[in-house]
Design a protein around this ligand. Structure first.
Ligand SMILES: Cc1ncc(C[n+]2csc(CCOP(=O)(O)OP(=O)(O)O)c2C)c(N)n1
Length: 802
């Protein structure tokens, strides 16, 4: 006879606990009153609007009950990630049963009144969402937008050697791109220093109205797929509860022991070869234990159970009886006493204290968050003997700072850099002087910077980078995502979800703030000249600024010292999404460190040294935001100062884009008087902007001088060409900026018109030159602020390249 994992007594009690969770889930979806069914069910006891997802819920309840058992048996430090987070009723029910829900929300007590409130609040105005939302204790993953559960789970266990994340993956969710790639996260897990993820593929066969692919391939094919992704799957299949309990318990025991063994081999015996981690495939009916047939149609075990299987209204009086039968099938009187309290023999089943998955502090990462140890960013300063002196490329300077941030936070390790194979390409090579890319798959002799352990995480999936980083942050650590600007759009939607999470959690007092999500967008639109049009897209920030002002920040440091100051600020900040856009190519530097700190602290300011208004009312304001627009603006100013010296020009540089918004719209926004003090109320403003021009108009449309604001930015013109030609194609270059000034400032008169004609010729000369020589004019390449080459007007024959 085979040995049983569960004693008959334990099995009986676990089944009762599962029934209690299922009862609470159905109660949440349907009941407005009469939570213990003390009276015969009437329409008045049922909510008028029935919302929620039943289909996934009984399976997730089943999983949760069984995880509780192994947590106790093996004393596991475990949290629960609900991939199909629409199974919110399951997570709420289980955190209520284990007691955490009432601890966090004392208003939802563990008695009859508490049950009534628990039921009523679900998907009810003023209540809680239907998902494993931020309001739900123990959740780090809402699971509203499907696809990110495994990535979040892996992010949570990196550098968390004691943590196991039980991650329920929906078989529908498994069809998404991010999830399909996430199986490979196991090639990045170092058993010495990382915890473990236990995926539980919830193979309930259906999505909203379709079967799932993984349920319609043979068992053999599915097993091959999962094994091919490096997992050892344990199948738990069927629908008969007693058999399923025993099978699940046996499978989870095997998985828990295997995880423990892998950790032991690595930690006690130094075994470093990549492990084949266990996972569970739970093949159970969708809508398990719910109504089998409704109106003559099969519901249990089909897509029809996905949401609310019974619609209760006067039109379907028989459904009310079905609902009552369904609720009573869980035998609530055996589960709760007359006062609505869970029976003691069940209440003692879940783990206690912080071992309860709803109370595990890893799922409220801000509780565990420590400040980063930070080097003094001033020590990495670029020398700027005079404005415009050359720099090696801003991100290269930043790299040394990030290297030392990593170094100072190696033990305990709480800082990682994530990126899709671009950390080197983005100019952060200095980090590899200290650390490596963590990589647990095979290595070959010519590989570079790959090691079993490292603080850089690289995989060519922006989704994984984002998901890993989010999981890392949500469990109380710090990090940075470096990415090409154009391809960060791939995670637009993930950013949305994270920003929403931050917005909601900021209002929940029991949740503590977490470290900000920092994006470093290097390899930006203006210097993708070698990659061309596909790599030229600065639109991510258009998307970002839609999110709550209390959450999003956008920075455009014009040089390396400003970048250092900005990044220092971002890494220290909490509960924001910071987007920092910086260049990696050699570029002029404008501000010495003290001036950079002052400028970045203000976020916006007049560059007096570049201006010629001498503190008087200017004739024109030259605004700029971004490294390349700043360069072109200053080059334009140098032309104007040379050729129209009487013109009073004010240069305003913007690092913190949100300064442009009114104070009422963003906490960083300038007051109207301060804005007017910079941009005037009636003078033309020529604004050179890093991204699409409309964004500046969006941010400033309520400002007094908006009608005088003329923005030049990226106009979706791009190709493989020279760096300067990119600006010319988009009319952001110095010549167009000067011509704009002449057009907007009539007092430049005939002198201005003459200059304009010369510049038009210059643009033709530029075109002829780059077509012939494949590089920019010498006077463009060698331009310097304090020593500008006089423009060689009149000399039409292109010079040979220097
Ligand atoms: C990215 C994304 N696309 C579409 C949806 C809409 N949607 C909600 S549930 C669902 C089916 C989910 O199926 P599965 O992951 O198997 O979950 P379960 O069957 O357990 O409910 C879909 C398509 C979504 N939430 N997220």
């Amino acid at each position: 006879m085979t040995e049983r994992t569960l004693s008959p007594e334990l099995l009986r009690r676990m089944d009762a606990y599962w029934r209690a969770a299922n009862y609470l889930a159905v109660g949440q979806i349907y009941l407005y009153d009469n939570p213990l069914l003390k009276e015969p069910l009437t329409l008045a006891h049922v909510k008028p609007m029935l919302l929620g997802h039943w289909g996934t819920t009984p399976g997730q309840n089943f999983i949760y009950v069984h995880l509780n058992r192994i947590i106790r048996k093996y004393d596991l430090d475990m949290i629960y990630v609900s991939g199909p987070g629409h199974g919110g009723p399951a997570v709420v029910a289980n955190t209520y049963l284990e007691g955490t829900y009432s601890e966090v929300y004392p208003n939802i007590g563990r008695d009859e009144e508490g049950l009534k409130r628990l039921f009523k609040q679900f998907a009810f105005p003023g209540g809680i969402p239907r998902h494993a939302s931020p309001e739900c204790p123990g959740s780090i993953h809402e699971g509203g937008e499907l696809g990110y559960s495994l990535s979040h789970s892996f992010g949570a266990v990196f550098d968390n050697p004691g943590l196991i994340v039980a991650c329920v993956v929906g078989d529908g969710e498994a069809e998404t791109g991010p999830l399909a790639t996430a199986w490979h996260s196991n090639k990045f897990l170092n058993p010495l220093t990382d915890g473990a993820v236990l995926p539980i593929l919830h193979l309930n066969g259906y999505k909203i109205s379709n079967p799932t692919l993984l349920a319609r391939i043979s068992r053999e094919e599915l097993e091959q797929l999962l094994r091919g992704c490096g997992w050892t799957p344990y199948f738990v299949e069927g629908k008969e509860p007693d058999l399923m309990h025993e099978a699940m318990a046996a499978a989870l025991d095997k998985a828990a022991e295997q995880i423990r063994q892998i950790h032991h081999e690595a930690r006690a015996r130094g075994k470093t070869a990549r492990a084949r981690w266990p996972m569970i495939v739970l093949n159970s009916p969708k809508g398990w234990t719910g109504p089998a047939v409704v109106d003559g149609l099969q519901v249990e075990g089909t897509f029809r159970s996905h949401q609310v299987p019974l619609s209760i209204s006067g039109q379907h009086p028989e459904h009310l009886a079905l609902l009552e039968t369904w609720l009573k099938s869980y035998r609530p009187a055996e589960l709760f006493d007359g006062a609505g309290r869970l029976k003691p023999e069940l209440a003692e089943l879940p783990p206690v204290g912080e071992r309860r998955m709803g109370a595990n502090p890893h799922a409220n990462g801000g509780l565990l968050l420590r400040d980063l140890r930070m080097p003094d960013f001033r020590e990495y300063a670029s020398k700027v003997p005079s404005p415009g002196s050359g720099g090696p490329g801003d991100t290269h300077v930043l790299g040394a700072f990030l290297r030392d941030v990593a170094k100072l936070n190696e033990q305990p390790r709480l800082f990682r850099i994530f990126g899709p194979d671009e950390t080197l390409s983005n100019g952060l090579e200095a980090v590899f002087e200290l650390t490596n890319r963590q990589w647990v798959a095979e290595t070959r002799p010519n590989d570079e910077f790959l090691a079993q352990s490292g603080q850089v995480m690289e995989v060519l999936s922006e989704h994984q980078c984002e998901g890993w980083l989010e999981g890392y942050l949500l469990t109380g650590r710090h990090g940075l995502f470096n990415c090409y600007e154009a391809f960060i759009h791939i995670v637009d939607s993930m950013f949305n979800q994270h920003a929403k999470w931050l917005k909601v959690t900021a209002t929940l007092r029991w949740r503590r703030p977490i470290a900000s999500l920092n994006y470093l967008l290097a390899s930006h639109v203006w210097r993708q000249d070698h990659n061309g049009f596909t790599h030229q897209d600065p639109g991510f920030i258009d998307h970002v600024v839609n999110k709550k002002a209390s959450i999003v920040r956008v920075y455009l440091p014009p040089d390396a010292n400003c970048l250092l100051s900005t990044m220092d600020h971002c890494l220290r900040s909490r509960h924001y999404v910071n987007v920092v856009i910086a260049g990696k190519h050699p570029a002029p530097q404008w501000l010495a460190m003290d001036a950079a700190v002052e400028h970045c602290t203000k976020g916006i300011g007049v560059w007096q040294w570049a201006s010629s208004d001498e503190d008087m009312e200017p004739d024109v304001v030259m605004g700029c935001a971004g490294d390349v627009p700043t360069l072109e603006t200053l080059a334009a100013v140098s032309i104007l100062r040379q050729h129209l010296p009487e013109l009073r020009i004010r240069v305003v540089n913007v690092v913190d884009l949100m300064k442009l918004q009114p104070q009422s719209e963003h906490p960083h926004g300038l007051s109207d008087p301060d804005f007017d003090g910079l941009f005037t109320t009636d003078k033309p403003v020529i604004f050179a902007f890093h991204a699409y021009p409309w964004l500046i108009h969006r941010l400033t449309y309520r400002r007094h001088n908006h009608h005088n604001l003329h923005v030049r930015g990226y106009k979706e013109e791009g190709t493989i060409t020279t760096a300067f030609d990119m600006t010319v194609l988009n009319e952001l270059d110095r010549f167009h900026l000067v011509m704009d000034v002449i057009d907007r400032v009539p007092q430049t008169g005939s002198k201005g018109l003459h200059l304009k004609r010369l510049l038009q010729d210059k643009l033709i000369e530029h075109k002829l030159y780059i077509d012939r020589y494949g590089q920019d004019l010498t006077e463009i390449r060698q331009w310097q602020w304090d020593n500008p080459n006089p423009l060689s007007f009149g000399d039409r024959s292109p010079l040979p390249p220097a």
